[in-house]
Design a protein around this ligand. Structure first.
Ligand code: AMP
Ligand code: ZN
Ligand code: FE
Ligand code: FE
Length: 283
């Protein structure tokens, strides 16, 4: 059983359609794949149909933007009710804040690069969740930088004078809302030190007390030492651990199945979803 629980499509900042992500997952020899676009579940129907066709299991998910002490924290939610009004409202607010924030970044970039808002919109598929990768693609199209990596290392980095943060919910509040919507919350790349860093162990504990169920441990942004420490934290707090690619198609180096999740963790995820649903019955 090969299981990859974190991928992105053109519903957010990946470069492949949801159906193409699933087709690539089948080619990569995966049996189970989760689609976890940023702040949207709009890719689920297309991904579900593709997975049915190709005989894979799709685990529907979302990667929810959160902010903790001004640091960006990503919360994965799996198997929640995509129509839960509280969660839907929270994600809609985040997407709206992402648009305002991207516009502000473009305003800062215009004098120095000539970048325009329309250039960015050209890179966004339909109503996809907008993010810095789309600004990166627009800068590439204008010839300002060579690729997304260069854009993130320079103009779009969190330390750049062009950077503007988005507003986003507190992670403990997001965990509560995910559980209430019947979902299973897992912290994405909790130790990814490249991103300005990190969630403290006590903060992971507070999220666990609010109902957080797992930690994404095997992720390319984690060192061996970070993985070992996170495994200990998971053991102490009785959380399951996952491993995932965080695939973005051609937009990032991450390859499908480069990290995978044990079937036992997926069983725990499924069991929690089933018991949460019993407490909060879905229509
Ligand atoms: P944002 O959500 O707008 O703050 O942008 C962050 C997103 O950009 C995350 O999904 C990252 O996976 C993605 N990202 C970060 N670094 C890079 C990179 N070097 N190349 C492509 N995408 C990246
Ligand atoms: Zn992304
Ligand atoms: Fe993330
Ligand atoms: Fe991601």
């Amino acid at each position: 059983m090969r299981i990859d629980l974190h991928t992105h499509s053109t519903a957010s900042d990946g470069t492949q359609s949801p159906a193409d992500v699933i087709a690539s997952a089948a080619q990569a020899g995966l049996d189970v794949v989760a689609l976890t676009d940023h702040d949207t579940s709009s890719g689920w129907p297309e991904a579900t149909a593709a997975a049915d066709r190709l005989g894979l299991r799709l685990v529907p998910g979302v990667e929810i933007s959160c902010l903790l002490r001004g640091v960006s924290v990503h919360l994965l939610s799996y198997l929640h009710d995509p129509e839960d009004p509280v969660l839907v409202g929270m994600l809609a607010e985040s997407r709206a804040s992402r648009v305002g924030r991207a516009r502000q970044m473009v305003e800062r970039l215009t004098p120095d690069t000539g970048l325009r808002w329309d250039d960015v919109l050209e890179q966004v598929h339909g109503a996809a969740t907008i993010g810095r990768p789309h600004i990166a693609d627009a800068l590439v199209a204008r010839g300002v930088v060579g690729d997304r990596d260069e854009a993130f290392a320079t103009l779009l980095s969190g330390r750049s004078k062009y950077f503007v943060p988005q507003t986003a919910p507190d992670p403990v509040e997001a965990v509560r809302r995910v559980r209430h919507a019947g979902g299973v919350p897992v912290i994405a790349h909790p130790a990814a030190s490249k991103r300005g860093c990190c969630i403290a162990d006590e903060e992971i504990e507070a999220m666990a007390e609010a109902g957080m169920a797992g930690l994404e441990v095997d992720h390319r942004d984690h060192s061996d030492a970070e993985r070992a420490h996170l495994r200990e934290v998971a053991r102490d707090l009785d959380l399951f651990v996952t491993g995932s690619s965080d695939y973005h198609g051609a937009g990032k180096r991450n390859r499908l199945g480069e990290n995978t999740t044990d079937p036992e963790s997926l069983e725990r995820l499924d069991a929690i979803a089933a018991s949460t649903r019993a407490v909060h019955p879905l229509p």
